[in-house]
Design a binder for this molecule. Structure first.
Ligand SMILES: Cc1cc2nc3c(=O)[nH]c(=O)nc-3n(C[C@H](O)[C@H](O)[C@H](O)COP(=O)(O)OP(=O)(O)OC[C@H]3O[C@@H](n4cnc5c(N)ncnc54)[C@H](O)[C@@H]3O)c2cc1C
Length: 330
C-alpha cells in the first residue's frame, strides 16, 4: 500500500519504519521544520536544552530490546545522575527506578536518526482528510503557500499526533474523534535557564513538591552534552492549566522565582526563555493500543494510548502504540 503518516515524532517515525520493513511505501507529513516532535532540543548559543521529554524508561521487553539496539548504535545512553525530590529546599534521595535513557547529543537526535532515509515532507501541516473513492487525499497547508493543496491519493492514512490535534482531522470518524477527546492532554510551561557559573547543586535533576514547579533538570549533566550550566524547569500541570494564557514574560518571572526557591540558589541566569506546551502529556491514556478502521484504512497511534502499560503520555507508549498499529496493518 501507499500510506501517508501525519506526524514525525517517535510514534510516526516508528510506524513508518515498521511499515517500510513490511513492504509498504510511506510518505510522512510533518508541520514543523524538524522531526522528533516532543522529544525536542532547543539550540542556543549556550548549548542545547531538552525542553520536551526529559528522559525515557522501558518496562516492556519490546521497548527494552529497541533501546538496546539504539544503545549499540550510539543513539541513546543511560542518564545516571543523582536525582532527588525537593520539598521547601530540603532534598531527599529519589526512589529507585528503571534505567533512565536520553538521546545523544540531544533528545531530538533520536528522531533525526530514525528519520534518516525516510520520505519526510517537512513544514507541511495536514488540515483535512478527503475520501477519494477507496483512497484518501490529504489537504496540506504549507507556510509558504496561502491555500491548502492536495496530496495523494493514498491507500491508507495514519495520524501519529497528539489527541487534540488528531480530533479535528477525524470528522469522518466521529467515534474516533470522541475517543481523542477522552484522553485529555495536559499543558506544561517550561523554563530554560543558562548560567555563567555552576550552581553547584548536588543533583542532576529533582522532582519538586509544594511548588509551581514539578521537575528541574541540569541539561549538561546528561551524557555527551556541551559543557555550561543549563537547567530546565517544568511547571506542574495544575499551575500550567491555571496559567495557560499567561503572558510569557510574567510566566517566566514566576517560574524563575520558583526555581530560586526550590534550589536555594539565587544566582541570576544569563539566559531565560519560556516555552508553553499546550499538549504535553495525556492525563487519561486510552486503555488500548491504537485506533484502526480496517474498511476505510485510517488509523491513529501515539503516546495517548496505554498500549499495554500502566499510565501513558510517555515515549514508551508512543513506541508501543506505533509498533502495534503497524503489526495489525500487516
Ligand atoms: C514538557 C514535556 C515533558 C515530557 N517528559 C517526558 C519524560 O520525561 N518521559 C517520557 O517518556 N515522555 C515525556 N514526555 C512525553 C513524550 O515527549 C511523548 O510521549 C512522545 O514524544 C510522543 O511522541 P509522539 O510521536 O506520539 O507525538 P509527538 O512527539 O507530539 O509527535 C507528533 C508530531 O506531529 C506533528 N504534527 C502535529 N499535528 C500535525 C499536522 N496536522 N500535520 C503535520 N504534522 C503534525 C508535530 O509537529 C510533531 O512533530 C514529555 C513531553 C513534554 C511536552
Amino acid at each position: 500500500m501507499h500510506i501517508a503518516v501525519v506526524g514525525a515524532g517517535l510514534s510516526g517515525l516508528t510506524v513508518v519504519r515498521q511499515l517500510q520493513s513490511q513492504g509498504h511505501h510511506v510518505t510522512v507529513y510533518e508541520k514543523s521544520a524538524g522531526v522528533s516532535g516532543r522529544m525536542s532540543t532547543r539550540q542556543t548559543e549556550l548549548g542545547g536544552f531538552d525542553h520536551g521529554a526529559q528522559y525515557f524508561t522501558a518496562s516492556s521487553d519490546r521497548f527494552k530490546k529497541e533501546i538496546n539496539d539504539w544503545k549499540k548504535l550510539g543513539w541513546v545512553a543511560p542518564w545516571e545522575e543523582k536525582l532527588v525530590s525537593l520539598d521547601h529546599g530540603q532534598s531527599k534521595p529519589a526512589g529507585k527506578s528503571a534505567t533512565r535513557y536520553v538521546a545523544t547529543p540531544g533528545m531530538n537526535a533520536l528522531g533525526k536518526q530514525l528519520a534518516h532515509g525516510l520520505d519526510v515532507r517537512k513544514e507541511q501541516q495536514i488540515v483535512g482528510l478527503e475520501a477519494h473513492g477507496n483512497q484518501w487525499l490529504l489537504k496540506v497547508q504549507a507556510d509558504t503557500v496561502a491555500i491548502a493543496a492536495s496530496a495523494g491519493p493514498f491507500d491508507a492514512v495514519l495520524l501519529a499526533i497528539p489527541a487534540d490535534q488528531a480530533a479535528p482531522l477525524l470528522g469522518e470518524f466521529p467515534a474516533f474523534a470522541v475517543e481523542a477527546t477522552k484522553s485529555i492532554m495536559l499543558p506544561c510551561w517550561t523554563l530554560m535557564l543558562g548560567f555563567q557559573t555552576s550552581l553547584e547543586l548536588p543533583y542532576g535533576g529533582a522532582w519538586v513538591n509544594q511548588s509551581r514547579l514539578s521537575w528541574i533538570a541540569r541539561d549538561n549533566s546528561k551524557p555527551l552534552r556541551r559543557s555550561g550550566e543549563r537547567w530546565i524547569a517544568q511547571a506542574s500541570p495544575a499551575w500550567s492549566i491555571e496559567h495557560l494564557e499567561e503572558d510569557p514574560e510574567r510566566a517566566k518571572e514566576k517560574l524563575l522565582k520558583a526555581f530560586h526557591e526550590a534550589t536555594g540558589s539565587w544566582i541570576q541566569p544569563i539566559h531565560a526563555v519560556v516555552h508553553r506546551w499546550r499538549f504535553a502529556q495525556s492525563e487519561h491514556p486510552l486503555p488500548f493500543d491504537f485506533l484502526w478502521d480496517v474498511n476505510r484504512k485510517v488509523g491513529v497511534c501515539g503516546d495517548w494510548f496505554a498500549a499495554g502499560l500502566e499510565g501513558g503520555g510517555r515515549v514508551e507508549n508512543a513506541f508501543l502504540s506505533a509498533v502495534a498499529l503497524a503489526k495489525t496493518i500487516g
